[in-house]
Design a binder for this molecule. Structure first.
Ligand code: XIL
Length: 299
């Protein structure tokens, strides 16, 4: 196959990309994105601050630009993200307790209703665990509403759109030996045991020298899949874009039957949220980097 998406589709998977609405007018960007990928995640446009800038007043202008571009170009869409401590609008940052809990529920219902039946996977909850060795939840205004906020978010999401796969998404959870990975594993196991509706786990996979790729990532994916959830690589970028590491990540996904696909977090290095790391598959001029070829050959 000659594109990443077509190559991934040979095994029933997707190869996706994060899209920024304001870059779609750049023809080099849009040409690569349309050609190479068969899944799209909005890089920022479906987040809480973008979709509910004032309480109860939803705005899907930018989100729909990404969504409509994806559908017009034949791509499926991952929704990102409904409940998160970051990129909250000011009104939400100032809420607490039962008012914040209700605002979270109302937000999930409002966004999921707009896209009902149209989203392949939703990142319902993002980044709820703390870094480091504690294995604890991250402190946040949402966590302070009560530690059941995550399962409430998932139950709300299931009722709002029963057709979407519901994912928990996090970073620094790729290395099986890390406490954060173990904490996330215990939560997913508990949700499955108690019937909390969760369908998938997203591994962001922002690899760099501080949180490097480890070959036990495949073990992590296998162990989560064995709990009865799908897994996905949701925000892949790798400092320096070493071809071997990119190929390893693809091979890890391909080795796990429940791995749905891989999403890279941007098109060209210049589009990256950490462009100084040159972590992506395309150069700034739109040419393919060695890591591109390594990924294509691995798929
Ligand atoms: C990042 C975007 O890429 C940036 O443009 C934005 O300024 C901050 O958020 N984990 C996530 C993503 O789940 O939503 C983040 O995206 C990167 C880390």
């Amino acid at each position: 196959e000659s594109t990443l998406g077509a190559a991934a589709a040979q095994s029933g998977r997707y190869f996706g990309v994060a899209i920024a609405a304001n870059r779609l007018s750049d023809s080099t960007y849009a040409t690569i994105a349309a050609r190479e990928f068969n899944s799209v995640t909005a890089e920022n446009e479906m987040k809480i601050d973008a979709t509910e800038p004032q309480r109860g007043q939803f705005n899907f202008t930018a989100a729909d630009r990404v969504y409509n571009w994806a559908v017009q170009n034949g791509k499926e869409v991952r929704g990102h993200t409904l409940a998160w401590h970051s990129q909250q609008p000011g009104w939400m940052q100032s809420l607490s307790g039962s008012a914040l809990r209700q605002a979270m529920i109302d937000h999930i219902n409002g966004v999921m209703a707009h896209y009902k039946g149209k989203i392949a996977q939703w990142d319902v909850v993002n980044e709820a665990f703390a870094d480091g060795s504690s294995g604890a939840r991250r402190d946040s205004n949402l966590e302070r509403t009560g530690s059941d906020w995550i399962e409430v978010a998932f139950r709300t999401a299931r009722a709002a759109d029963p057709s979407a796969k519901l994912c928990y998404n996090d970073y620094n959870v790729e290395d099986w030996t890390w406490a954060k990975t173990q904490a996330m594993y215990r939560m997913v196991r508990d949700f499955k045991q108690r019937g909390v509706p969760i369908d998938c786990v997203g591994f962001q996979s922002h690899f760099n020298s501080g949180s490097p790729y480890n070959s036990n990532f495949r073990t992590t994916l296998q162990n989560f899949a064995a709990l009865g959830v799908d897994v996905a690589v949701t925000e892949l970028d790798i400092q320096g874009a070493p071809s071997s590491t990119y190929a390893n990540v693809v091979n890890d996904c391909l080795a796990v039957s429940r791995c749905l696909g891989v999403t890279v977090w941007g098109v060209r290095d210049s589009d990256s949220w950490r462009s100084g790391d040159t972590p992506l598959l395309f150069n700034n001029d739109g040419s393919k980097k060695p890591a591109y070829t390594a990924v294509l050959n691995a798929l």
